[in-house]
Design a binder for this molecule. Structure first.
Ligand SMILES: *[C@@H]1O[C@H](CO)[C@@H](O)[C@H](O)[C@H]1NC(C)=O
Ligand SMILES: *[C@@H]1O[C@H](CO)[C@@H](O)[C@H](O)[C@H]1NC(C)=O
Length: 368
């Protein structure tokens, strides 16, 4: 028995060695908590010289790229390419300066695997519509099994979090930005990504799905002064679109330019299929439920994007008096098919309008 236990303990310690916890503190690699010295080179140096050589397990929290408490200025773009199995742990506050030439993305993880980006710190983006080059804040590009949580993002000059890849999770965090355009909260694409328990205040997308996506879930989302929870847009012209199996539930949207929108250009090509929205509470949401094949572009009705099997379930609250509660404006050549509504109760709106769409469950929609 003793032998069995000790060999079990050995097996456990090999699989998950406690001693492997390593902290690579940016202060040891040139950073200063003076809100003047650029944090960028220190992040890169600590990553290359301390994190990379010491990652030996697939437990991300075993090796920390650590930004301690204090105020740090980040004034250059940092790219973590081929990053895997570590944790960017931000305990302090990171400030972006207002530098008109600062552009690109401040923190990029590229071709990455199993990265945890967490707080409890914050990034202050100093965003302003007057900033001509408007850097973006955080991007996971071609990344799988990553997680971002417990970090608060304020005022990105441009988009806050973009995640492209599979099996990534964003959760339990807030984005708080001024109400200006191009400040998207979470832009998600890839397969089986998950966003839950987040709040977004900004002037553009809240939690939005881009192409290609197969499998996406968003739950317990709060959106204030946003442009809503949308699918699209997908890019101009004959962009190929493939968005399937998307599920949003338990979402609160207030004072919004749109509630739920599927928005495309009329010459996009492909499919948007099997999309479910359930349990939405809206307050003063313009265009609460809106599918537009003509969101942008030259208006030529090529009908090569097929939007089908979209379900709106238990959507309650208020719209705005000058916009319909439900507005479906689809391609003539490929009408929107099987658009189903149940438990939709939105007041303070104009009458619904349906163009080239069929379905069930709200007054006026033609049956398929
Ligand atoms: C840090 O510097 C930025 C940019 O100059 C500034 O906006 C911010 O207020 C500063 N933060 C603190 C805590 O001094
Ligand atoms: C539709 O999408 C949901 C996820 O929202 C998924 O569980 C379901 O299997 C999909 N249905 C089909 C027919 O693919």
């Amino acid at each position: 028995m003793l032998v069995a236990l000790s060999s079990l303990a050995l097996a456990l310690s090999v699989a998950n060695p406690v001693a492997a916890f390593i902290e690579c503190n940016v202060l040891d690699y040139g950073a200063k908590a003076d809100n003047v010295t650029d944090l960028g080179p220190a992040l890169t140096s600590a990553w290359q010289n301390c994190v990379i050589p010491q990652v030996t397990t697939t437990v991300a929290t075993n090796v920390l790229l650590y930004v301690p408490a204090g105020n740090f200025l980040l004034k250059s773009n940092v790219v973590f390419d081929d990053a895997a199995n570590w944790n960017l742990h931000i305990a302090g506050n990171i400030y972006l300066p207002y530098i008109p030439t600062l552009t690109g993305t401040m923190l990029t993880f590229e071709n990455c695997q199993n990265i945890l980006l967490n707080g409890p710190g914050a990034i202050f983006g100093n965003g302003s519509p007057l900033n001509p080059s408007r850097p973006r804040l955080i991007r996971f590009q071609n990344c799988n099994n990553c997680e971002i949580t417990a970090v608060t993002l304020y005022d990105a000059p441009q988009f806050h979090v973009t995640i492209i890849g599979n099996n990534n999770v964003a959760h339990d965090m807030a984005i708080i930005a001024s109400h200006i355009g191009e400040t998207d909260g979470f832009d998600m694409s890839g397969n089986n990504n998950y966003v839950h328990d987040v709040s977004v205040e900004n002037g553009d997308e809240c939690v939005t799905v881009k192409t290609p996506t197969n499998g996406f879930v968003a739950e317990r989302i709060t959106c204030k002064f946003t442009a809503g929870c949308n699918i699209g847009s997908f890019g101009a012209g004959d962009t190929t679109v493939n968005v399937q199996n998307v599920f949003y539930s338990d979402v609160t949207i207030s004072n919004s330019d749109a509630g739920i929108m599927i928005k495309s250009y009329p010459d996009n090509i492909g499919i948007v299929k099997n999309i479910t929205y359930t349990g939405f509470t809206m307050t003063a949401a313009a265009y609460p439920l809106y599918i537009s094949a003509f969101w942008a572009g030259d208006g030529v009705d090529t009908g090569k994007l097929a939007i089908s099997d979209v379900t709106f379930n238990n959507i309650v609250g208020t719209g705005t008096p000058t916009r319909p509660a439900v507005l479906l404006d689809c391609n003539k050549a490929t009408p929107c098919e099987n658009i189903k509504f149940s438990g939709v109760s939105l007041s303070d709106t104009k009458a619904n309008t349906f163009t080239n769409a069929c379905g069930s469950g709200v007054s006026g929609i033609p049956a398929c």
